[in-house]
Design a protein around this ligand. Sequence first.
Ligand SMILES: N[C@@H]1[C@@H](O)[C@H](O)[C@@H](COP(=O)(O)O)O[C@@H]1O
Length: 266
Amino acid sequence: MQIVILKDAAAVAEYGAQIFIDQINRKQDSVLGLATGSTPVALYQELIKANQANKVSFKQVTSFNLDEYLGLDGDHPQSYRYFMNEQLFNHVDIDKSNTFVPPGDAQNPITACKMYENKISQSGGVDVQLLGIGRNGHIGFNEPSSSLASRTRVKTLTKETVEDNARFFAEGEFQPHLSITMGIGTILEAKKVVLLATGENKADAVRDMCEGAVSAVCPASALQFHQDAVIVIDEAAASKLVNAELYKHIEGENQKLQQYLAELKH
Ligand SMILES: N[C@@H]1[C@@H](O)[C@H](O)[C@@H](COP(=O)(O)O)O[C@@H]1O
């Protein structure tokens, strides 16, 4: 794991966005794995800025979102499809027919999950997967006890997740307790994974993910098995890491190495 600790949420968004911009500029037809939640919003704003300044183009990009609420169609303001349109797709030059979100309104959710997996494989697989993390260590909607080898499937949300996300729903409004989510096995197949976490309320989950045992109790800990996982966090989210100073030292050395390699090329 590459653990990058930065000053604040704005620095996290910029650092994360640059990984996506570099990826697309290296490979115009990149396949991106995208995420919802409040954490990636600032990163999406950076991508929109870069697109509008002609620093990156999404014309040939394909995207797959991690998850969707089961029972909401894409026009529902709380659906993750709607969120993606509002927060990113409507503002960049991406071809929306190349953007995929699990279908929350699928008549048969079980076959829809299989089809989603097939679609990802047919695209050649995800080049870079963006992730946030739930307070309980979930990634996508892979709640604690999820199989670390799981594939896209229907998952029941924990009470904690339903409560955390209740702020987006009006009082009395139907709030789904089921979701379709890429599995942990699906996520681990992405060539690169970038997880963002900001704020003190993520500090426990970040510690368990980076320094705890690999366990279904903290689904994000499975990223310890990924060969190219970058964890980008602010000081508040890093506040419970025992080895924070070590990670900062390693990152400093890593930056020097990257600079040396960049100079070698010229
Ligand atoms: N399914 C999403 C996750 O993908 C996201 O990581 C998590 C944290 O969201 P936030 O960034 O708002 O804390 O929320 C939801 O449960």
